[in-house]
Design a protein around this ligand. Sequence first.
Ligand code: CA
Length: 371
Amino acid sequence: MKIARVEPFHVDWGAGRGRSAWVRIWTDDGAFGLGEASPMVHGNASLEIIASAFAPMLRGADPLQARVLQDRLFHEHIKVGPEGAYAAALAAIDIALWDLKGKALGQPVWRLLGGAWRRELPFYASIGGNGQRSVDEVCKVVEQWLALEPAQVKIRFDANKTARDVDLDGDIAKARAVRKLVGDRFPLAFDSNNGYSVQGAIKVGRALEELGYVWFEEPVQHYHVESFAKVAAALDIAVSAGEQEYTLQGIKRLIEAGVDIVQPDIVKTGGFTGLADMAALARAHGVDLVPHQTQPSIGHTANLHFVASLTHSHHPAEYNGPREVQDVVFRTPVRPVKGKFVLSDAPGLGLELDEAELLKRAVPWTSSARA
Ligand code: CA
């Protein structure tokens, strides 16, 4: 079995609802695997990297050698990366190769990863946009989410990354109101989205400790690793970060700074192969790995397979809501039932495409530089 074709393409979800960056890898015997890159700026840069740099290298290769292929791709054009869109392009290829491997062997990806620590995965509601909402509005949105029976709720502030400490007291008031709403024992997390100075973060972090929050995510700018060290040293609450890291070495720097929970994302960090290395690194340091999930469709399912395989993992998987518009291209969309995602035995990622629906939305990536 050899790789015959690598097709990067957009899936256009229609008026203002964005595009996903997908790749389909075909073998010479007509099988295929599906992968997805981070959807930031529609994944344009990643699709271009796949089309012009990776596809020519992959044609004719053995698709069952995902790790070897990733290492070759990583080093061949490393000066274009290795972070950002480059890492997301590597991720899309890797996810597609694992899907393909599962289909070729007739096994679900979770089994090929070493087996499922859990097949029923609780999720946490990842609720964005709270910086702009009033206290009452935040509570209202959280209340709506509770109907889906999440195991935990995370309130995100989606701060303007060029401003700091805009409304510390207001943010604390929202954290307090949500605690009151859900009761004392319900697990909560707080994500400042890089919105604070060190001093601002320590002030908010102390309030979160008093309120019994589980973790405090990205309190400071992601590139100020020394600031993470100061915040983590000053607080008892678990500090989390990592969704803006793309390499094993980036995650290592965060762990060395004292971050308690690392959150790399499967569509940004080299797919299953990249995340597996990070999971081993985190385990060696006694640090929890709770993957970030940007919520593109294939990536979300890939993330669930990965989370299922993580031994000793007890944190819920990130979920930021049903995307009906994306489900139409799948015959078997992955949705939570009574607060849990349940993984099946279907081969690969277990995603069955409705090819007719996909055809209506697929936009092939064309590149003038393409070989
Ligand atoms: Ca986050």
